[in-house]
Design a protein. Structure first.
Length: 133
């Protein structure tokens, strides 16, 4: 067996491995798109009909306010990531605020407190543990 045929065999094996890897990545991407295990499609949709249906749902759900400090859209967002909105505290203690400042930073907490920006999903993920204090 010559070096040329050996390298040719190694090259063929490498191409097959790369092709299998690409096929596996594509199959995984298709599975994520179809199964949507982390409910990510809601963030990717920009269809106008969705916003209309959300407005209609907001109008019908306004009578069932689950948390006095959150608007309906915030409640829905938190529920979609698995948060029991009714179990959230209705007051923020000084210990909780100190924890928020530690996890999110002073600037971000000031933005949220002043109403300049809303609490986002990633804020909850970072500082969700602070709510139990």
């Amino acid at each position: 067996m010559s070096i040329k045929s050996f390298l040719s065999t190694i090259f063929k094996i490498a191409v097959i491995i790369i092709a299998l890897f690409i096929i596996a990545v594509i199959a995984l991407a298709i599975w994520f798109w179809v199964a949507d295990p982390y409910d990510l499609k809601q963030f990717l949709k920009t269809d106008l009909s969705d916003s209309k249906s959300n407005e209609q749902m907001t109008q019908t759900d306004e009578s069932t306010d689950k948390h006095p400090l959150l608007d309906t859209e915030q409640e829905k967002t938190l529920e979609k990531i698995g948060v029991d909105v009714e179990a959230l505290p209705t007051e923020i203690t000084p210990e909780m605020e100190a924890c928020f400042r530690e996890k999110l930073g002073d600037d971000r907490v000031d933005q949220i407190v002043s109403g300049e920006d809303e609490v986002g999903t990633f804020d909850y993920i970072k500082a969700g543990a602070c709510l139990g204090q």
